[in-house]
Design a protein. Structure first.
Length: 142
């Protein structure tokens, strides 16, 4: 029985490794976020982050430049009338609590919006409408 469990574990590890190797990750931007923030169900500290597009296009990866903190999230497209003039992140904040809401890339006519996580939904119920904070980023490639 123990050898079957080991064999199954090795198979699952190999399958997961293969799937990750097939993911096409494209760097989008580098950004210095000056405050702690949440993305989905993840809380990330202030710091420098790399934002990458993961194929399929409706997924992004946010990782600290040192690789200590990261999150992979599903996003929705928000089509714009014209291409964005700036590369930036937009945060919703309620009484000093920040949540990543949107990722824009200069030259693209589609932004990536993030769904509200449980924490943001709870905080939003207790507060008035959120204020927006924009943090500029630098393009790293496409």
């Amino acid at each position: 029985m123990k050898s079957i469990l080991i064999l199954v574990s090795l198979f699952l590890f190999a399958a997961a490794t293969s799937l990750f190797a097939q993911m096409d990750i494209r760097p989008l931007m580098k950004v210095n976020v000056p405050f702690q923030f949440s993305v989905g169900e993840h809380s990330l500290p202030a710091g420098e982050y790399l934002i990458s597009s993961v194929q399929p296009e409706r997924t992004i990866r946010i990782s600290s430049v040192h690789g200590k903190n990261s999150a992979i999230l599903a996003v929705s497209p928000l089509y714009k009338q014209s291409p964005s003039a700036k590369t930036c992140l937009t945060f919703n904040h309620y009484s000093g609590v920040y949540f990543l809401a949107e990722v824009e890339t200069a030259g693209q006519d589609v932004a990536r919006t993030l769904p509200h996580g449980k924490l943001e939904t709870e905080v939003a119920k207790k507060n008035a409408a959120p204020e927006s904070t924009i943090v500029l980023a630098e393009l790293t490639g496409r």
